[in-house]
Design a protein around this ligand. Structure first.
Ligand code: PHE
Length: 321
């Protein structure tokens, strides 16, 4: 098998068209909304996935590569979501001959089928190298830039876990990069999520912690289960407000992140209410403040909560209750 070239220093700031249009993602797709994607300006975004580099790398002549980097998404706030995380994108291109060589003299359909089989073999080999001899299953999926599209799941720690999305690079995309007579597969995996499962790391913020109790466990490429150390106390604060018609949850989460940074562990919607008379909708969110490396004082949490309340009114126009 051709070795994969490792590419990991591409800028995360990319043109909109590279992140979406060239991947056949419609311009009005939900993922393009400013509630989901970070915009640098109207034509430029922080890449929401490493797929943003598929086109340029294929055009530049790369035929088998692993492109790794930080990716950015606005999302919910909890132990597994953080506005920045890492993905690894893999792409492997088969020339017209290579595809035919998988099944000599094959039709186009048979060549695609053979490439899919090769893709499955490669990725099953990869997950077994990472997770050991696990049971795997393939699930049909949808991505605009692959066809067919699949997800690989593994049975790990007594549950089925989605590990990656993949598929054959879409024909239109292959044509656009001048590889119309080639075949290719692509896959993408989220690195923190896999590491969390593999090492039983309970909170994604730990990857950003300087705490030697965390760092020391993984120095020297240690490959073992995380030994938890005592966590600091949580501090819960509720905020309740009447929504505006434009209210979008991710805007509220972004605001909480802006105020509290890494000191927020999760935000959950604990109550929803529609006023029987005027039909206005109200949400109550419980914010869990907790630091990964020290005890927070009630006074400092009060300051954060006050700021969240102020900005919610000022920026989102919601009415506090
Ligand atoms: N970019 C997709 C995601 O972030 C993953 C993916 C990569 C799917 C390559 C198919 C092929 O979810």
């Amino acid at each position: 098998m051709a070795p994969f070239e490792a590419i990991d220093s591409l800028s995360p700031i990319v043109p909109f068209k590279q992140a979406f249009t060239e991947l056949l993602i419609p311009e009005d797709h939900v993922s393009t909304r400013p509630q989901d994607t970070f915009y640098v300006d109207s034509n430029t975004v922080l890449r929401p996935h490493t797929s943003a580099h598929q086109n340029e790398l294929m055009r530049a002549g790369h035929r088998a590569f692993l492109c790794t980097g930080d990716v950015y998404r606005r999302d919910t706030i909890d132990a597994t979501h953080y506005p920045v995380f890492h993905q690894m994108e893999g792409v492997k291109i088969y020339g017209p001959d290579a595809a035919a060589a998988l099944v000599p003299g094959a039709s186009r359909e048979a060549a695609v089928e053979a490439c899919v089989a090769d893709l499955k073999g490669d990725l099953e080999g990869m997950v077994r190298a990472i997770f050991g001899d696990v049971e795997v299953r393939w699930v049909e999926a949808y991505f605009p830039f692959t066809d067919p599209s699949l997800e690989l799941e593994i049975y790990f720690n007594h549950e089925w876990l989605e590990v990656l999305g993949c598929g054959m690079v879409h024909r239109d995309l292959m044509n656009n990069v001048g590889l119309g007579d080639h075949h290719g597969y692509a896959f993408g995996l989220g690195l923190e999520r896999l590491a969390m499962v593999l090492f039983q790391i309970p909170d994604i913020r730990l990857f950003w912690s300087d705490d030697p109790r965390f760092i020391s466990q993984f120095s020297g490429g240690a490959n073992s289960r995380f030994k938890p150390y005592s966590s600091f106390p949580a501090c819960y604060k509720d905020i309740t407000f009447w929504l505006t018609p434009e209210f979008h949850e991710n805007d509220f989460f972004a605001l909480v992140r802006t105020v509290a940074g890494d000191l927020v562990e999760d935000v959950t919607l604990v109550d929803e209410f529609v006023h029987p008379k005027h039909g206005k909708q109200s949400h109550c969110y419980r914010i869990n403040y907790r630091s990964m490396d020290r005890s927070l004082t009630n006074a400092e949490v009060d300051v954060l909560q006050e700021e969240v309340r102020r900005l919610a009114t000022e920026r989102l126009g919601v009415e506090l209750r």
